[in-house]
Design a protein around this ligand. Structure first.
Ligand code: 13P
Length: 337
């Protein structure tokens, strides 16, 4: 028997009004690439120090309901010796954990991806529960291109997401399912909308057929945006109109919440689009952000791996949190940048 009450209350807390989720679950490889781009050292302690800077920014307590950690990070501690998971929980922020093991080429359609990590997942989940995690994340990748996504790609990923979600719920952890429709590509916004619609329909059909408990589940989705190489300009009102339309038509009203990834949008675009999406509510589920890059980019650039820049980096992070917070009440304006 799964603990439906616990799952539901965790999901509710994650999408509580005015708060959102920080994705700080970059794998070491991705994190190092981002560090290299600003000249920061790519060591374990450097990754630890950077995450500590984010978590101890005072505005984190105000604007964050949860933080998604990576396996290395959930095992790390702040410089005062307190484990990160415990420190976050003490600030009223639910620690979460990315549990997928990344993507590999899909057989038969190698430009597409499937996500690994189901083997041994039950044991890993038990370990994360013991470390204080309250929720989990699994990312799938849907690529738009000529003859892509294939039905096989969408279905394989939807089924994997459903099996992961069941295992997480069995462990008492809220699963965030993240079928990310990738921004890269020359497709226009209309195609992004139809692919997102179809992907989410397939994903929720799998959730239903596997018996995933919807009030204890959170969808992390891409916004409907034009492909990076499409030549189309991103217009926030159009993005919001299409995103709201898809979500309202596909996401069951019992779902525990809907959160957005930023997916390569600039911090300002991600805030403006979210603000416009908010304005198109009310929605039957809580809606909020779960950004990595759109919250972190200015802070990472300000820090650049140097101790003396911690305060400037925290100021930059606080600004992104505050503006994302404004977007949750539909009051963000580009003039606030
Ligand atoms: P971005 O907001 O940078 O897309 O990251 C969100 C995330 O969790 C990707 O898996």
């Amino acid at each position: 028997m799964i603990d439906t009450q616990k799952l539901e209350s965790t999901a509710k807390a994650l999408v509580a009004q005015g708060k959102g989720i920080l994705a700080a679950d970059e794998s070491n490889g991705t994190c190092n690439k981002r560090f290299e781009s600003v000249g920061a050292p790519t060591t374990e302690d450097s990754r630890r120090a950077y995450r500590e800077l984010l978590f101890t920014t005072p505005e984190s307590k105000q604007f964050l309901s949860g933080v998604i950690l990576y396996d290395e990070t959930i095992r790390q501690s702040a410089s005062n010796g307190m484990p990160f998971a415990q420190m976050l929980a003490g600030a009223g922020i639910i620690p979460g954990i990315k549990v997928d093991k990344g993507t590999v080429a899909l057989p038969n359609s190698p430009e597409e991806k499937m996500t690994e990590g189901l083997d041994g997942l039950r044991q890993r989940l038990a370990e994360y529960v013991a470390m204080g995690a309250g929720f989990t994340k699994w990312r799938s990748v849907i690529t738009i291109g000529e003859n892509m996504p294939t039905d096989a790609c969408v279905r394989a990923n939807a089924d994997t997401l459903a099996m992961y979600a069941l295992l997480a719920q069995e462990a008492g952890l809220v699963p965030i399912i993240e079928p990310e429709v990738i921004l890269d590509g020359t497709h226009g916004i209309a195609r992004a909308e139809s692919v997102t619609q179809k992907t989410l329909e397939t994903v929720f059909a799998s959730m239903a057929s596997y018996g995933v408990y919807l009030p204890g589940l959170i969808l992390k989705t891409s916004m409907v945006v034009p492909g990076k190489g499409s030549g189309e300009t991103m217009v926030a009102t159009d993005v919001a109109e299409r995103t709201a339309r898809v979500l309202k038509s596909v996401v069951p009203s019992e779902c525990g919440g809907v959160v957005f990834l930023s997916g390569g949008q600039t911090p300002a675009q991600a805030a403006e689009n979210l603000s416009e999406i908010t304005k198109r509510g009310p929605y039957p589920w809580g809606v909020t952000f779960s950004y990595a890059r759109a919250l972190q980019e200015p802070a990472l650039a300000a820090w650049a791996g140097k101790n003396e820049n911690v305060s400037a980096a925290q100021t930059a992070f606080a600004k992104r949190l505050t503006l994302a917070g404004a977007a949750l009440s539909g009051t963000y304006a580009t003039s606030m940048e």
